[in-house]
Design a binder for this molecule. Structure first.
Ligand code: 5GP
Length: 240
């Protein structure tokens, strides 16, 4: 497999074309950013930890019948994936109120809603990924109503698979952000990894945070937190 042109030059993940037109290479870096890239740093070893976490979670999801873009891990920091037409909608699944939802609605972090909350955001850096609803998504031509139905169904299913697995290891899966893409056949599959960069993980007992909030909120020990989640996901992967 040959690495070719850069397709997406993200801070924490760079995507390259390969000699196989239907495949791309996701390269995880040690860079970390927050607040639309205003805050930046390097966390040594984060790329390896996130690539490992992402690969293990993709395997768990695939094992539960959820189609993802993951093909295989080709190096400690690189995953080979299917090339997709990525839908520019960020789906945020929330099991516990935190972050922007708490701030926007004046709620205390930690409230557990009766049902998971699902937010849609328009993926657009210039607009700072605004919150949208289904009608906006259809009006903007981002996805059809039928595709949204599938996206909601898959998002709930992903949560239903992962939440109890983390809970059994003493970790509350507070929320996560995912994206979906279309295969040439039109089938919609998961196009995004789940790592402490785009999910919140809290210790179920102490409430300690093991995710990017440690960086956003200057809490320190960011790398240690990512390592804890890597170890938890390894235990989960080893036990199923
Ligand atoms: P919030 O909307 O509360 O800031 O974020 C909810 C969840 O989605 C958090 O786990 C957060 O890390 C993730 N998230 C939201 N927006 C983005 C984004 O633009 N990039 C990444 N990597 N994660 C995001």
């Amino acid at each position: 497999m040959e690495k070719k042109e850069v397709i997406y030059n993200g801070e924490s993940v760079r995507i390259f074309g390969t000699d196989v037109p239907e495949e791309v290479l996701l390269c995880f870096t040690d860079n970390i950013t927050a607040f639309n890239k205003i805050k930046k740093a390097v966390i040594a070893g984060k790329g390896r930890l996130n690539a490992g976490i992402a690969a293990m979670i993709f395997r768990i999801l695939e094992g539960n019948g959820i189609r993802t873009h993951f093909i295989r891990q080709v190096s400690p920091t690189e995953l080979l994936c299917c090339r997709l037409d990525v839908i520019p909608i960020e789906i945020i699944v929330r099991n516990v109120i935190a972050g922007s939802m708490a701030a926007r609605l004046g709620l205390k972090e930690g409230i557990v809603p009766e049902e998971p909350v699902i937010d849609l955001c328009y993926k657009n850096d210039d607009l700072c990924d605004p919150l949208i609803n289904d009608c906006h998504a259809v009006a903007l031509g981002l996805a059809t109503a039928r595709e949204l139905e599938r996206i909601y169904g898959m998002s709930r299913r992903i949560n239903d698979v992962l939440k109890p697995l983390f809970a059994a290891k003493g970790i509350s899966l507070v929320d996560f952000k995912i994206e979906f893409g279309r295969l040439p056949s039109g089938e919609i599959i998961l196009a995004d990894e789940i790592t402490p960069d785009n999910a919140r993980f809290w210790d179920s007992e102490s409430g300690e945070r093991y995710d990017k909030d440690r960086f956003r909120r200057d809490m320190g020990k960011v790398g240690d937190a990512y390592r804890i989640i890597y170890d938890k996901v390894s235990e989960i992967a080893g036990s199923i």
